[in-house]
Ligand binder design. Structure first.
Ligand code: 13P
Ligand code: SF4
Length: 337
């Protein structure tokens, strides 16, 4: 166990010592300790809906990728603690180059971001000259730096519509979201062949059976899901979009086709409603994102105590990536999102 005051020099040592997994004194009230650290360090905790319920409960702000980026852009805190995956913490750093951004576990990655290596993407762009490059926020800082505009699942349609109709577009890295936007906008785009390991695992057959057993339930799905699953959904939206739908719709039962973490918030907001997680195409709990679930309350506490692991992005990547994110934030603000 590493004790308070013991010096941890940098992220490399942190990775080697496995510090992040070091046991925390079980007698500590972690909620209280984290609250104290938050005040002491003027820190803000931003968390995604796919985090464990207890992390969501201690966060200052919980949201979808757009909400998280907007909150990161306007925070007055000195220390940004990002409970989510690596590309999200990177986005917060890109928007706050002079602030310290930390996350509970820097190994919390994303299969979708991994599906788009910068070297190959650069060649892909070169093979399609004259195209505007729109990248889904689920990508690395390097991909953001290679892109013209970033989008999230809640503003992707508006972002694509902001580009003149005769301008060709490359859309990366999620082909499922890309196809969904093509359908919504009637625009053909050049799609990168990437996908999310969690959203492509849902079983159409099992969801259909579930629908028969729950005839009054509505199917709500994230646009990262494959086309046949989206085709049977009553509503498609970002995590915030799905949450709002369950609050405002008068249906009492929902089959939720996205990562299970969102159900914590849905149940909190509508305690009288029933939320059924959609089954994956096998027997494991593959509808839990293994990357998101790397973060725990213990790791959150350790990371706030030692202010590690820290996100660092070198120039010129950070400045180039900021331009494409800022363009997204400006278009979203103009669209009232
Ligand atoms: P949103 O919360 O923006 O809908 O994104 C979901 C997701 O896959 C995050 O990794
Ligand atoms: Fe990435 Fe999918 Fe996990 Fe989201 S749910 S962080 S897209 S692997």
């Amino acid at each position: 166990m590493i004790h308070k005051g013991e010096k941890v020099v940098d992220n490399a040592i942190l990775e080697r010592t496995g510090f992040i997994d070091s046991p925390v004194d079980p007698s500590l009230d972690l909620f209280e300790e984290i609250r104290k650290l938050k005040k002491e360090k003027n820190a803000v905790i931003l968390a995604h809906y796919y985090q464990d319920g207890e992390i969501q409960d201690i966060a200052d702000y919980i949201g979808d990728s757009l909400g998280l980026a907007q909150n990161a852009a306007k925070t007055t805190a000195d220390l940004i603690v990002f409970a989510g995956v690596h590309f999200m913490a990177e986005t917060a750093k890109i928007l706050n180059p002079h602030k310290k951004v930390i996350m509970p576990d820097s190994k919390a990655g994303c299969s979708l971001a991994d599906s788009c290596p910068p070297i190959l993407f650069k060649k892909f762009i070169e093979a399609h000259p004259g195209h505007t490059v729109i990248s889904y926020i689920n990508c690395t800082a390097e991909i953001k730096a290679l892109s013209d505009i970033i989008c999230t699942s809640s503003n992707a349609v508006k972002i694509v519509e902001s580009i003149s109709k005769d301008q060709p577009i490359i859309f990366a890295p999620d082909k499922n979201l890309g196809r969904y936007i093509e359908k919504k906008t009637g625009r053909k785009m050049v799609l990168w062949d990437g996908s999310c390991m969690v959203h492509e695992i849902f079983s159409l057959e099992k969801i259909t059976k579930l629908k028969h057993r729950h005839p009054h339930a509505k199917v709500i799905a994230h646009p990262e899901c494959e086309e046949p699953v989206l085709a049977i959904a009553d509503f498609i939206g970002s995590t915030t979009g799905l949450l709002k739908y369950t609050i405002n719709d008068n249906c009492n039962e929902f089959i939720v086709v996205t990562e299970t973490g969102i159900i914590h918030q849905m149940q909190k907001d509508s305690p009288h409603k029933t939320f059924i997680p959609a089954p994956p195409d096998n027997l494991c709990a593959c509808n839990d994102c293994p990357h998101m679930k790397r973060n725990t309350l213990e790791k959150l506490y350790n990371c706030m105590l030692y202010e590690l692991p820290e996100i660092n992005i070198a120039e010129p990547t950070i400045s180039q990536a900021r331009k494409s994110i800022q363009r997204m934030l400006d278009i979203s603000a103009a669209a009232g999102l």
